[in-house]
Design a protein around this ligand. Structure first.
Ligand SMILES: [Zn+2]
Length: 314
């Protein structure tokens, strides 16, 4: 049993990351996906509109969708969920600005159409569900039966998501948890169907434990990689760097790093979205972009070793 939790977490995370790499082509679907994420994770605050997610992959999607649709001015913050927790919280904020009202109206219009059972196009509904899943979904395999779950805040939200699922003949259960409501699919076929709808091809292959020939697997990878083309590589790299730093901080402590690596780690945490060039310039003495990159590669090696050690232990 000891090895199981590791495998389970890996699977759920891999699924989410695969889904997060899909950025829909059409703007109708982009809006629907963002509306899905905002539906479960968005709030209006005095400072602006916040979408708060628990995963780097989901944060990246929120950022990219806002950027594709509206090019707003955005602020992104990374926080610890709690002291000693390895999890971070990512807040994508659209601060007060002229386009804010229009953005909010657009997001709400999707949500209220769905609330009234006006389901519109297939492509958009799929994107909406992907957004919801990215925000709140998880997939586990406790005791050999797969379990897909979406944890949300209210029965009202649950009813809308359930209704949307039903348009694809997916029947999910609803259960009350302490402060939350959970929607779940238990049936393997239904889970497979949802993953297909959402575009989780690799997850699907893993789910069905299909032993595919190498050629076929490569084909799937190529398909997935095609959809990666739109991704913002800089942001992705920054997220990865932060994950590495958080891991090192938790498992070994930043003190364990050589001075120049600790320095770059601290600066990255302070400026999560600065470019490598900007980070280099903020050092004293300044460091070139390739010098900064070199340090992050060393951090990556360090983090990978920690991950491997962790893998061995469980
Ligand atoms: Zn669409």
């Amino acid at each position: 049993m000891g090895w199981l939790p590791h495998v389970i977490m890996g699977f759920s995370r891999a699924t989410r990351e695969e889904l997060a790499r899909i950025i829909p082509e059409r703007s109708c679907c982009q809006l629907a996906e963002l509306a899905g994420l905002a539906f479960v994770d968005g709030t209006m605050t005095p400072q602006g509109y916040d979408v708060t997610v628990g995963q780097a992959a989901a944060a990246r999607t929120v950022y990219l969708l806002f950027k594709q649709l509206y090019q707003p001015y955005m602020e992104i913050k990374v926080r610890h969920r709690a002291r000693f927790s390895k999890h971070s919280i990512y807040v994508i904020r659209i601060p007060q600005q002229p386009s804010l009202e229009m953005i909010c109206t657009n997001l709400q219009s999707v949500q209220s159409r769905y609330a009234e059972g006006d389901w519109g196009r297939d492509c958009c509904r799929r994107a909406f569900l992907r957004g919801v899943y990215l925000g709140r979904g998880s997939l586990t395999n406790p005791r050999k039966t797969y379990h897909l779950e979406i944890v949300i805040d209210s029965f009202q939200q649950a009813a809308i998501i359930q209704g949307c699922m039903e348009t694809f003949d997916l029947t999910c259960g609803v259960i009350k948890r302490k402060n939350h409501v959970a929607l779940y699919l238990k049936d393997g076929e239904q889970i497979a169907k949802l993953l297909t709808l959402l575009g989780g091809h690799t997850a699907l292959l893993r789910l069905e434990s299909v032993r595919v020939a190498k050629g076929m697997r490569n084909q799937v990878n190529r398909l997935v990689n095609c959809e990666t083309a739109n991704m913002d590589k800089t942001l992705e790299a920054a997220m990865r760097q932060i994950e590495n730093i958080r891991l090192i901080e938790e498992k070994a402590g930043l003190e364990s790093l050589p001075k120049e690596l600790k320095e770059i780690a601290m600066i990255r945490l302070e400026y999560p979205y600065a470019s490598l060039k900007e980070l280099g310039q903020s050092l004293d003495p300044p460091l070139s972009k390739s010098g900064v990159n070199h340090r992050f590669r060393k951090l990556e090696v360090f983090a990978e070793e920690l991950r491997e050690r962790q893998g061995d232990r469980v």
